[in-house]
Design a protein around this ligand. Structure first.
Ligand SMILES: [Zn+2]
Ligand SMILES: [Zn+2]
Length: 245
């Protein structure tokens, strides 16, 4: 069980991640969701309420969903129905997925529409994801009911699902982990889609080099992911400090 101060930190981390995703144009206004499990079996989690623009989410705006209780309706401050369904299934079925970030940004979504959406290792950022993404190609409509259960099972022991014809989800122990993975996932997709757009043949890294690079990302000498979110919060503390309220 989390302490009140740990929950407040999770709220502030999520609010910062929402606002930064808006600045990076990785958002869809009032749609898409980030969530954070606050109990061990994932049946209680924080998530953004329906209808608040990503650029102005505050820590106190996030609602606690308890899957054992009835949910408030979206018009009464409750979450988007697909948020409750997909994120509820993700947290319940994958207790390692404390934080779940779900977005449909431009390049990830474009990549998700290709017949072969595999992130080929063609540079350092794309190699970070070599053999580390679960590719879902069975899109069945908006993420409600069976679709939510299916997506949550698709994660397996990975931390990233590229959702065909949809977008992506990243999960992690901390908001910083899932957010940093999503940031680099969109960067990698941008590089790959731009390279494809040249029409030239790609020079794909060898298995050994790609695998070594992915391991180097995972075992990097200091906490890059934590530093990334911490720097974002420092910028927001100056420019829009109300995110912590
Ligand atoms: Zn979605
Ligand atoms: Zn979602």
């Amino acid at each position: 069980m989390m302490t009140d101060s740990e929950i407040q930190t999770a709220r502030e981390d999520l609010a910062a991640a929402f606002r930064w995703s808006a600045r990076l144009n990785m958002h869809e206004a009032v749609s898409n969701h980030f969530s954070f499990a606050i109990n061990d079996d994932g049946t209680q989690f924080l998530v953004n309420p329906a209808g608040i623009h990503f650029s102005r989410v505050k820590a106190s705006d996030l609602v606690v969903v308890d899957l054992d209780q009835s949910l408030p309706a979206p018009a009464q401050g409750g979450p988007d129905p697909t948020a409750a369904a997909i994120h509820g299934a993700m947290h319940r079925n994958n207790p390692q997925a404390r934080c779940v970030i779900h977005l449909h940004p431009k390049y990830v979504t474009a990549l998700s529409t290709l017949e072969n959406p595999t992130i080929l290792p063609i540079d350092q950022n794309t190699a970070r994801f070599y053999n580390r993404v679960s590719y879902d190609i069975d899109f069945g409509g908006m993420g409600l009911g069976d679709e939510a259960e299916r997506l949550s099972a698709q994660l397996g022991n990975r931390s990233i699902v590229l959702m065909g014809a949809h977008g992506a989800m990243t999960v992690g122990q901390r908001v910083a982990d899932a957010f940093d993975d999503f940031y680099y996932l969109e960067r990698a997709a941008e590089t790959l889609m731009t390279a494809y757009a040249s029409g030239q043949k790609l020079r794909v890294l060898s298995h050994d080099v790609a695998e070594t690079t992915a391991q180097q990302w995972a075992e990097y000498g200091f906490d890059l992911r934590g530093a990334h979110l911490s720097e974002i919060k420092s910028i927001l503390d100056v420019e829009e400090p109300e995110f912590r309220h």
